[in-house]
Design a protein around this ligand. Sequence first.
Ligand code: SF4
Ligand code: SF4
Length: 131
Amino acid sequence: MFEFLKNFKRQTTSNKFIRKGKCRRCGECCRNITFVVDGKLVRTEEEFEDLKKWKSYYHNFFPSGFDERGVMLFTCKCLKPDNSCSMYWLRAKGCREYPKPDKKFLVNGGKPLDGCGFWFEPEKKFEEYLK
Ligand code: SF4
Ligand code: SF4
């Protein structure tokens, strides 16, 4: 029974992916930020303005373009010209954890930004799951 519970816990809580590599300090993750409103990615200035009214946090970003899907991309105002962060020691959890090995994201084909120094690998090789 104990072994069953241990396995169940491992199956349900394990990340299944681990992050490898290191940051190259390219700053791309601070320039290609997307936001979600009502479960949808922000695509218009109006939606972004609504976000800013809702939470002052969004004033820390400015629109810097669109991706190939027409989704707005934002740059963080704390990004310095040398790609360092002006509030490094106080940066948000999301910044500290990027890129995070999120199971759902990765299983659906998600990956770190092009040129990012990190990549993900399965926690265990396929054969190990068969044991
Ligand atoms: S995109 Fe990757 S390599 Fe570039 S700054 Fe962000 S975490 Fe570092
Ligand atoms: S707070 Fe720093 S690490 Fe986070 S997005 Fe802004 S510049 Fe990047």
